[in-house]
Structure formats: C-alpha cells, structure tokens
Design a protein around this ligand. Structure first.
Ligand code: AMP
Length: 397
C-alpha cells in the first residue's frame, strides 16, 4: 500500500510552496489549444492558496533540450492560469529558471500569491537530475508539492532532485488519485479483476503482461500484440504485426496464465485488409484464417462480444491500449466496443493514459470511468509493478 503525505497533511500558512505541475499543454502560434491540464491543476492550487501558502509553480513544456526556446516559454500559461484562478499569476521570465526575476518575485510574495517559473527544461540539468539546479529550486521554497504524474516515472530535478534539499515533500490531489487507482486498486483489487491490453507491440508491454498475470483473474489481449500470441499457437497471421523474437515469450505467458489460473483471452475473429489503409476493402475472418496477403487491423464482432461479456461482471478493470487501428474509422469498432462495455458496468474502471484515454474521452465516456490516468508512460510503469521515482520521493505518512 502506497501511503504518501498529501497537501491535506501539511500546514502551508505563510510558507513558500514549490508546486511541480504538469503544464505541458499543446500550443499553436503561442496560444494554448487545450487547457485541460491547467483546469486539472486547479483543485490543488486553490487548496494551497486558501490555506495561505505562497505558491511558486514550475513545470516543463515540450522538449527545449536544455536551452531557452521562446516558443516553449511558459508565459502563455501564466496568462491562462491568471484567468482560471481569478488572480494574478506573476511570471518570472528567467532563461535560467531560478534567476533574478524568480528570486525577486518570491521575496516579494504575500500569503496566497502565485508565481510561475520558466520552463524547467530550459536547464540542461533538469532531465539529468543535476544537483545544482535541484538546490536552486529548493532554495526558493520551504515545502515541495508534486502534482505532475506525467513525469513521475522519471527522476528529474523538479520532481525528485529538489526533494533531497527540502524537508517536506508531499503529493497533490492529481498525484494522489493516480496512486489510489493505479498503485493501490491494481495491487489490492476488488475481484473479479480484469485487465485489457492492446496497442501495437508485445515488446513494449512485456513487463506489464508479466506483472498483471500475477494479479488478475482475466487478461484480455487485443491490438497488434494479439498476432504474436496467435502465431505462438501455431496459427498463420499473414502480414499482421508480428514480433518473431517474442514468440517464446508469448508461449511463456500463456503457460504462466494457465499455471496461475488466469483466463487469457485472445481474439477469436479479426478484421483484415490487404493494406494498412482506411480506403481499401476489409472483411472479418476466424482464427487461423488470415490469408498470406492480409493483415489484421481490428478485433472482429465475435471478439467484441466475447470481450464485453468477459468485462460484464468484473469489479475492477484496467485498460491500456487500443484493440485495433482505431485512428481509422473502419478499424475503430473493437476499441469503441471496449470503451462502451467499460462505460456500462458497475466496477472500478481505470484507463491507462495515451490512446485508450483519448478514445474514451473522444467517445464522451470520460465521466463514466472511475479514473483516467494523465500519464501514459508513468501509468505503464505503475502497471509493471515498478516504483516510480516521483512517487517514491514524497514523504510517507
Ligand atoms: P501503443 O503505442 O503500443 O499503445 O500502440 C498504439 C497503436 O497501436 C495505435 O496507434 C494503433 O493504431 C496501433 N494498433 C492497434 N492495433 C493494431 C493492429 N492490429 N495493427 C497495427 N497497429 C495496431
């Protein structure tokens, strides 16, 4: 059980609080095109403002690769956040992030004030967890709050290094929710516990499959990774995605499932086409019937039913990765069917970030899920059973 101190466990009145946020928003011509991440940050920020903290916010934005890039400045975020919070967010425009502007702005703060630092990745040390930048960040504050789950699987100065030089390091509400669902619900699930894994490759989800086979009652496989499992069972898969190097691994996982009493489901029918395109004819074939010149691009209708049935009575479900090439409308039905099945059950439903989160949101099922993770890479590492440096760095309760 991960039991980390949160913003509810500290007193920030009159204290300088450095908050690592996830303000990695999409920008076009200097304008923020989607402010979801800013809105998501508000509960933690408002709580700390109301408690009388002096808030110093920091975040990365894009990949400036260790040098100032004006197009990746956080200045537009300060403007947008000022509107959302209904109070001034003072922007400290230092190319070195912790420079004269930041120091002066922090020195002048009153309780409840908010200052935003420049893009932390303007500094080359940030992604290397360098000591000097970590110390500079720590010198600005008395308390550190991490609310950026998207980078929790990385040890950088602004989420891990800084905590070595600050006595109090806690998590914000966004991080807390990720820990509650991905960390704790997955490790201590109400059963039956079903995991659904899709996406392109077995190789990128090896550790997830392996770890989940020790925890779930049913493991459902879809997407491009399913063909390696079919091939491992001796079936032809035509031109479908296949990772020949992972056939033995797929066999091992099937054996592990059997040994652990886990029901492992792979597609019973497949939507195939002769080309990887939305503009060519397609049809559905059964197991072992994929022709040499065809490739599988989605799960078929019978599989959609099989999977929806397998999910129906679950009490905890975690889903990561699409069931087919959902970016093409002809091959999106499998992914839509899984999203619908999850939206209609009475269970704790947890969506790993990335494509499955996008699919659920696009279909308008966002509100029907218990938790949609904001971090693709970080959520996968949680599902692999790994300790995330950004989570580990927070004080235990
Ligand atoms: P991942 O990043 O590994 O989660 O994979 C996501 C990608 O897998 C999406 O872009 C899907 O289009 C792709 N994908 C899903 N099913 C298939 C398939 N049957 N063949 C090729 N690509 C697929």
């Amino acid at each position: 059980m991960l039991n980390k101190k949160s913003v509810d466990d500290i007193n920030v009145k009159g204290k300088r609080v450095l908050v690592r946020c996830d303000f990695n928003v999409p920008l076009k011509d200097g304008q923020i095109t989607d402010d979801t991440r800013l809105v998501a940050a508000l509960p933690t920020l408002k709580k700390l403002i109301n408690d009388g903290g002096k808030l110093i916010l920091c975040s990365h934005l894009g990949k400036p690769k260790g040098e100032p890039k004006p197009e990746l400045s956080l200045a537009p975020v300060a403007v947008a956040l000022s509107k959302l919070l209904g109070q001034e967010v003072k922007f400290a425009a230092d190319a070195t992030v912790v420079g004269d502007n930041a120091k002066a702005a922090v020195a002048a703060m009153k309780d409840g004030d908010v200052v935003l630092l420049e893009n932390t990745r303007y500094r080359a040390e940030e992604t290397k967890n360098g000591e000097a930048f970590s110390k500079e960040l720590a010198s600005l504050c008395d308390v550190f709050v991490n609310d950026a789950f998207g980078t929790a699987h990385r040890a950088h100065c602004s989420n891990v290094g800084v905590t070595e030089y600050v006595d109090t390091a806690v998590v914000g509400y966004l991080m807390q929710k990720e820990i509650d669902f991905l960390g704790n619900a997955v490790n201590n699930p109400v059963r039956p516990f079903v995991a659904i894994l899709g996406g392109s490759k077995v190789s990128s989800k090896i550790s997830v499959i392996n770890n989940l086979l020790d925890k779930v009652d049913t493991l459902i496989i879809g997407g491009g990774m399913a063909y390696t499992f079919m091939k491992a069972m001796g079936e032809e898969v035509g031109k479908s995605l296949l990772e020949a190097d992972y056939l033995d691994y797929a066999k091992e996982m099937m054996e592990k499932a059997e040994k652990n009493g886990v029901k492992l489901l792979i597609p019973v029918d497949t939507v195939v086409a002769k080309e990887f395109s939305n503009d060519v004819p397609f049809h559905t074939v059964g197991r072992g019937e994929i022709a040499a010149d065809e490739e599988g691009l989605d799960i078929g209708e019978k599989t959609r039913e099989l999977y929806a049935n397998a999910i129906k009575d679950a009490k905890t479900v975690v889903w990561n990765g699409p069931m087919g090439v959902f970016e093409m409308s002809n091959f999106a039905k499998g992914t839509i069917a899984v999203a619908e099945a999850l939206a209609n059950i009475d269970a704790t439903t947890i969506i790993g970030g990335g494509d499955s989160a996008a699919a659920v949101n696009q279909l308008g099922y966002g509100d029907k899920m218990s938790h949609i993770s904001t971090g693709g890479g970080a959520s996968l590492e949680f599902l692999e059973g790994k300790e995330l440096p950004g989570v580990a760095a927070a004080n235990d309760k």
